[in-house]
Design a protein around this ligand. Structure first.
Ligand SMILES: [Zn+2]
Length: 262
């Protein structure tokens, strides 16, 4: 199937799955020869759809992310089953964010389906809003279902607190200051479960998209209500390495946001 056919599929919203966003674009930075995009000026979010025919759904899609998580509907959503293992630290500054690529073998179970943790990365400020307001930062833990290619992304808000977040410290210590290839850090491992809030029963759930080009509408979003903490110094270091990198909130259109827990 050529790229044009893929595009047609993504635009019609049928069978998007892996077709809409190649695994490489999710795990790594850019595909060779792919279009440049960014967060400011002529490469910014309002122009993404003009930068490449592959990015059309960024403007034509009706299930785009992020959104303002207001007017949510209380629902019994059950527990999110998470089983994560430690992973050796492999990180990349891909020019859009700081991303930690995760070793295979960590899973999230959602609606009876397994989604494997591929990577997590950060946004400053948060991309999702709560009642119109952003948090200081947001981490996205990206999981993929092997059969369908659909994603489940856990979003965790990060709120400025007093001291350095110790889970972030080993990542922040090795944070590449500019864009470049993935780096493996010998002798350091990370545990993604330490990035999740204590209260895992309170979360929002809705269906949406990647928040970066190609904006594929293949994402089961779960955003926890309780934030974790990040220090002011950690926020500054992130901005210096990756810059401001949040897509503005998109229209909710005909979607519902479900809300579990207090
Ligand atoms: Zn993200």
């Amino acid at each position: 199937m050529d790229r044009r056919t893929l595009l047609k599929y993504s635009l019609s919203g049928i069978g998007v799955g892996l077709l809409g966003a190649s695994l490489q674009s999710i795990v790594n930075a850019e595909e060779p020869g792919s279009s440049q995009w960014g967060y400011i000026g002529g490469e910014g979010p309002e122009y993404w759809s003009e930068l490449s025919p592959d990015f059309q759904v960024c403007v034509s899609g009706e299930y785009q992310s992020p959104i303002d998580l207001n007017a949510s509907i209380p629902a019994e959503l059950g527990e999110i089953e998470i089983s994560y293992q430690d992973s050796p630290l492999k990180l990349i500054n891909n020019g859009h964010t700081i991303q930690v690529n995760y070793e295979p073998g960590s899973y999230l179970k959602l609606d009876g389906q397994d989604y494997e943790l591929l990577q997590f990365h950060f946004h400053k400020p948060s991309e999702h809003l709560v009642e119109g307001s952003p948090y200081d930062m947001e981490v996205h833990l990206v999981h993929r279902n092997q059969e369908t290619g659909n994603l489940a992304v856990l979003g965790v808000f990060m709120k400025r607190g007093g001291s350095d977040n110790p889970t972030l410290s080993p990542i922040w210590d090795k944070m590449p200051k500019s864009a470049g290839p993935e780096r493996s850090v010998r002798g350091v491992s990370v545990d993604a479960s330490e990035l999740l809030p204590e209260d895992k029963g309170g979360f929002y759930r809705y269906y949406g998209s990647l928040t970066t080009p190609p904006c594929s509408e293949i994402v089961n979003w779960i955003v926890f209500k309780q934030p974790i903490e990040v220090s002011a110094a950690q926020i500054v270091k992130f901005i210096n390495a990756a810059g401001i990198n949040a897509r503005p909130a998109m229209p909710i259109n005909r979607r519902f946001v479900l809300s579990a827990g207090g």
